[in-house]
Ligand binder design. Structure first.
Ligand code: GUN
Length: 287
């Protein structure tokens, strides 16, 4: 048996198309959704993300505001910028790219964002709303994973879901979303005992630990749906590198019922969901 490949590129293009339609409707009312992205410092990976976000924001018809600050920006200056963006009616979504330089307190900065404009869903209020099953801004990567799972499986009720990874950005909100779908949820991580056996019980396995190819095919229940959030750059020999997930694709694809590839799986969905969240924030602001 070979797993069905869940094509995140096609899925993300569909989501962006829906967002673009929503933007067109708002523009007919004289409203242009706007997304502000703040990048502090010159981390090369963050540069790439921010560039892609800006391009895709414009492609769906939204306004893109980029704020690039030097690596030695003070916390006071960054907080002052966030305050200005909070007050700016042309800005409906604010994203402060993480990680921030070490001298800046990321929690303090994130929690200074107006929760209604927190399109990352990282503000403590949105975390609490999600955790209590209320209307929240939902973090983009887990939201994209959930969309793909729903599309693949329909109702998720009663399924055993194992999330490997406990980060605030992916693991924890992913678990909350799956709980909201009435799955039986286990959060596992690098210290979990008998991780292989825990994974083998999963109808839905979400891998978000950031360890290249840590989960081999024989940890996967036959027919399970596998969502691989990992994006790890590894040595490919001859001075080259390649991207791999947290799941060993070659062995997993022979056992799973469906699986997301890396690259081209979850990755493209993150920005698509960011745009969807920005549209949602704009609609709520003009309700
Ligand atoms: N850095 C890596 N992923 C993300 C994300 O989803 N949001 C933000 N703000 N920073 C990130």
């Amino acid at each position: 048996m070979t797993a069905q490949i869940i094509d995140g590129k096609v899925f993300a293009a569909r989501v962006r198309g829906q967002v673009a339609q929503g933007v067109t409707k708002l523009k007919a009312r004289g409203i242009t959704p706007g997304l502000a992205v703040v990048l502090v410092g010159d981390d090369p990976a963050s540069e790439v993300y921010v560039r892609n976000k800006g391009r895709q924001t414009i492609e769906v018809g939204m306004a893109s505001f980029e704020h690039r600050l030097s690596a030695d920006t003070s916390e006071a200056d960054l907080l002052a910028l966030v305050k200005r963006l909070n007050a700016d009616p042309a800005v409906h979504g604010i994203l402060v790219q993480l990680p921030l330089p070490k001298h800046l307190n990321a929690d303090l900065v994130i929690n200074a964002i107006d929760p209604a404009k927190d399109v990352d869903g990282f503000h403590i209020l949105n975390v609490g709303l999600l955790g209590t099953g209320q209307k929240a801004m939902v973090p983009c990567t887990p939201l994209g994973c959930l969309m793909m799972l729903r599309d693949q499986l329909g109702r998720l009720e009663g399924l055993n879901a194992v999330v490997v990874g406990r980060s605030n950005i992916v693991g924890k909100p992913m678990a909350q979303l799956l709980l909201g779908e009435s799955c039986t949820v286990t959060i596992a991580h690098s210290r979990t005992r008998n991780l292989a056996d825990v994974c083998r019980g999963a109808d839905i396995l979400v891998a978000a630990v950031g360890r290249p190819e840590m989960i081999p095919g024989d940890w996967i229940k036959p027919g399970a749906t596998v969502i691989d959030v990992g994006i790890n750059r590894v040595d490919a020999g001859a001075g080259k590198t390649r991207l791999v997930g947290d799941v060993q694709f070659e062995t997993a694809v022979k056992v799973a019922g469906a699986i997301t590839p890396v690259p081209g799986g979850v990755g493209p969905m993150t920005i698509a969901c960011l745009l969807a969240n920005t549209l949602t924030a704009c609609c709520r602001a003009h309700d």
